[in-house]
Design a protein around this ligand. Sequence first.
Ligand SMILES: *[C@@H]1O[C@H](CO)[C@@H](O)[C@H](O)[C@H]1NC(C)=O
Ligand SMILES: *[C@@H]1O[C@H](CO)[C@@H](O)[C@H](O)[C@H]1NC(C)=O
Ligand SMILES: *[C@@H]1O[C@H](CO)[C@@H](O)[C@H](O)[C@H]1NC(C)=O
Ligand SMILES: *[C@@H]1O[C@H](CO)[C@@H](O)[C@H](O)[C@H]1NC(C)=O
Ligand SMILES: *[C@@H]1O[C@H](CO)[C@@H](O)[C@H](O)[C@H]1NC(C)=O
Length: 440
Amino acid sequence: MRPSLWLVALGASALGAPRREYDHQNDTYAPRFREFVAAADARVGLTPFFSPDTSADASASLVREARESVDVFAPAVESWSGCGATKSGCAGCAPDRVRANEAFVLFRELLNAAHRGVRVRLLTNRFDSVRECAGAVSVLSYFAENFDVRTYTSTTFMHAKAMIVDNNVTAISSVNWSKSSYLENREAGVVARSKSVAEFAGEVFEYDWSVAEVWRMPANDGISEDEIQRMKSSEWLEPFPIPSRNISAPHYSPKKLRETWCKGAAVKVSVSPDAGAATMLEAMNASATLDIYTYQITDDFFASRLLKLADAGVIVRIVLSRAIFSDVDRKLSASLVDKMRENEKIVFRSSPRYYRYAHLKIMIVDRGREGERVVLATGNLSPSDLPLPVRPFLPLHKGGASINRDFEIVMHDANIVEQFQNLFDGDMAYTSPYRRPSKF
Ligand SMILES: *[C@@H]1O[C@H](CO)[C@@H](O)[C@H](O)[C@H]1NC(C)=O
Ligand SMILES: *[C@@H]1O[C@H](CO)[C@@H](O)[C@H](O)[C@H]1NC(C)=O
Ligand SMILES: *[C@@H]1O[C@H](CO)[C@@H](O)[C@H](O)[C@H]1NC(C)=O
Ligand SMILES: *[C@@H]1O[C@H](CO)[C@@H](O)[C@H](O)[C@H]1NC(C)=O
Ligand SMILES: *[C@@H]1O[C@H](CO)[C@@H](O)[C@H](O)[C@H]1NC(C)=O
């Protein structure tokens, strides 16, 4: 490891980054959102959820309980019914077919919510590589006929997976809106019932929404007026049964997850790029034990931080995904972990083989000791997700480094720690000795 990285980042003083506005002169986006800590006397209800066990249920229930509003951060919207991109390069299905068949677990829930008067807003990314086939709509365009959809521009990419319901419930997770994420991967999230947490997340949403671009169904698409009217129909759609995954091999499945009410001061939330890296650095600063279960490590600085902790006597165990989708990330993570393993103090394992990806991002710190906590993030230990030093960022379309929007939540609560530790230990029993990640 290059020790200089640590010094460079410290010298730039990521902690306590100044609150600055959008810099029009230089066309850059500056850190805006500080770390948020709920008021000491507030109460926050926390319920974990995990894929493949309970994510679908947790997400569907949240949308179903919405009375006023649903604000969503979702990096992409995938069809679960074969209406994604085809070999010929275009995507979508005839609108009537999407209406009748689309099995994405929130497809019907979100349409029903919008039609019972809930204000639904979906913030996602624009993928220029995807276009809709003539006469076909993507799930995203179908949604856009029924509620507001915008595409993110604040930084390079919207990588957060979060949902804010009625301005008082916030779900933060690693769960993409893909079938694989809900049913084939190991993923982790938490539902936080708290007005003030929702207000913080809502402030971030309002900012990103205010600079986002309105999504419109591509013109000249061969969709008739009648088809459009049927897409907009407010008739209630019976949701499909929530699918479940049966794993035939011996495996761990979390027992019924408990809601835990804790003091406001026990919960911290931040967003990347802003205060995210500083929050993570402080939260992972273990004094005794550090268990990490995450997708990949491609960030030299965070890697050197982990080695420093291990050298200082902290017992560090890291479970990494047995597969990584992106070729670039797979190679970066494999070579960085090879270097880290020279140290031999850190235990590395590969995730159970019956999960496609271990796409969750969690850390359990100092379990059973003063200050024990769980850190859950939507982003990876990657420079795009936790950029340091914190400096003004270029918005989308302006080139420069890749900078993602992500959320981090730190929970200081013994009950929550226990539930995440059970997941870590439960899966740990079915991990393999570390192997370089494959594509699938
Ligand atoms: C724009 O960037 C230049 C060079 O980094 C800096 O000197 C100037 O103060 C910046 N402008 C604003 C409005 O911050
Ligand atoms: C999650 O979604 C993002 C955005 O579409 C994508 O880049 C990433 O590969 C997905 N990861 C997994 C493991 O599903
Ligand atoms: C959240 O707000 C909705 C709508 O105002 C309300 O019905 C619900 O009881 C609230 N939930 C909590 C946990 O405060
Ligand atoms: C999973 O197992 C349950 C109970 O054994 C069964 O009812 C269900 O059909 C199975 N699901 C799938 C997708 O095979
Ligand atoms: C980590 O903890 C040590 C003491 O336990 C402290 O000296 C150091 O400043 C902390 N670092 C961060 C980044 O919080």
